[in-house]
Design a binder for this molecule. Structure first.
Ligand SMILES: *Cc1c(COP(=O)(O)O)cnc(C)c1O
Length: 417
């Protein structure tokens, strides 16, 4: 590595990144980056495992883990090695040709989820979009819904991504306002309400699309029996059950999938985020054969979907999950997280919901907004993200040690005093 160039010139001189401090880099983003995010004022320069380091060398425990894209921590050695090996061999073919990494990725991912077939895509939103198309096509080709009439039933307060079609069935006005006209064909019912779901599903319904736990909404966990009810209802009414496990899946809740908590097998499972190991975007629609079989050549695609680098990293991710080690860590450390948060109830925390290494923590509004608490935690060396109002979300890498977790909870206790 060459030594960074130290600039001592005029204020106009643009130094190499290494010479610009956090404040300067934050200011530099302002005029040239779209303002669709409001990041915490921390500028990360390197990371390993559970820890990130900023431009000035300050270290932070990462308790957001890229919204669960970093379930295995930053730069997990097995994932980095898989990526390096593939970078030196083959990175892209497009699906115009076969490549030698795709079959194994699909075989092992299907086996891991207990389903049959895989449609590889890149981002989570693309997996959701693809599932919407597949469900509609299944409704017309298999179920016999009259063309153009298929409906998909979704839950209020959902988060499934940011495309035009996906925000069409969002109930978050900030996500929708100014982006219409919207895609028709969606019905929205309250989450965790089987009676409302039953009333919304009819002979036009292609699928019910829900998150087994609503992450962005504040880690909202449905009542026991809800997922079983959705499975029973969709089977009885003859429509598909699509589980968006993009944030809840791949070890986060203590199972490979969050639906395992009720031993439910959906018809379609959507994966993303952690499937790319925090290295490359990798997403997938994983489904029963009868469902994905509706797609014929030319009807759907993606230039980068299932590319060799993505398949190599995705296979390495599946390999990590095949041992069950991370699911077990999430379960065991999840108990530590739950116990620690229970201790904080009444001491700045008004309530929380958790499953595995995932928690939505409602802070006493008198102590500040979720944003303010996140900033205080940042100054104390812990990174989290607020969701709504005074709720913060904790989702540490599943590689976190119990000492680190206890340290983070002690920090939370301190900033809430
Ligand atoms: C993040 C997320 C998505 C969208 O994924 P992107 O990769 O950001 O497009 C979809 N569904 C859920 C549940 C998510 O958490």
């Amino acid at each position: 590595m060459t030594a960074p160039v130290r600039t001592q010139g005029s204020p106009e001189t643009r130094g190499s990144p290494e010479t610009r401090g956090s404040q300067e880099l934050i200011r530099a983003e302002e005029p040239v980056l779209a303002h669709n995010y409001h990041p915490l004022p921390v500028v990360v320069a390197r990371a390993e495992g559970t820890w990130v380091e900023d431009v000035e060398g300050r270290r932070y425990l990462d308790l957001l883990a890229g919204y669960s894209a970093l379930n295995f921590g930053h730069r997990h050695p097995a994932l980095v090695e898989a990526a390096h090996r593939q970078l030196d061999r083959l990175t892209l073919t497009s699906r115009a040709f076969h490549h030698d990494r795709l079959a194994e990725f699909a075989e092992r991912l299907a086996a891991l989820t207990g389903l049959d077939m895989v449609l590889p895509m890149n981002t989570g939103a693309e997996a959701v979009e693809s599932a919407v198309k597949v469900a509609r096509k299944w409704a017309y080709d298999v179920k016999g819904v009259p063309d153009g009439r298929a409906t998909i039933v979704v839950a209020a307060d959902n988060f499934h991504g940011r495309t035009t079609t996906i925000v069409s069935f969002s109930t978050d006005e900030t996500a929708r306002q100014g982006f219409g006209p919207f895609t028709p064909g969606f019905r929205i019912v309250p989450y965790n309400d089987l009676t409302a779901l039953e009333a919304a599903v009819d002979e036009t319904t292609a699928a019910v699309l829900i998150e087994p736990i609503q992450g962005e909404a504040g880690v909202i966990i449905p009542d026991d029996g809800y997922l079983t009810g959705v499975r029973e209802l969709t089977r009885r009414k003859g429509c598909l059950f699509i589980a968006d496990e993009i944030q809840s899946g791949l070890g986060r809740t203590g199972g490979t999938l969050a639906v395992e908590h009720e031993s439910v097998v959906p018809d379609v499972v959507l994966l993303g985020k952690a499937l790319g190991g925090g290295i490359v975007p990798v997403s997938a629609v994983v489904a029963r054969r009868e469902v994905l079989a509706v797609l014929r050549p030319g009807e759907h695609g993606s230039t980068f979907g299932g590319n060799p680098l993505a398949a190599a990293v995705g296979t390495a991710v599946v390999e990590l999950l095949e041992t069950g080690e991370f699911q077990q860590r999430a379960t065991e450390l999840g108990a530590t997280l739950r116990d620690g948060l229970t201790e904080l109830v009444g001491k700045g925390v008004v309530g929380f919901r958790s499953r595995g290494l995932w928690a939505g923590v409602d802070i006493d509004p008198a102590l500040g907004t979720g944003r303010e608490v996140s900033e205080r935690l940042m100054r104390e060396g812990v990174l989290v993200k607020d969701t709504h109002g005074s709720t913060i979300r904790l989702a540490p890498p599943l590689t976190i040690t119990s000492e680190e977790l206890v340290e983070a909870l002690a920090t939370l206790e301190r900033v809430l005093r």
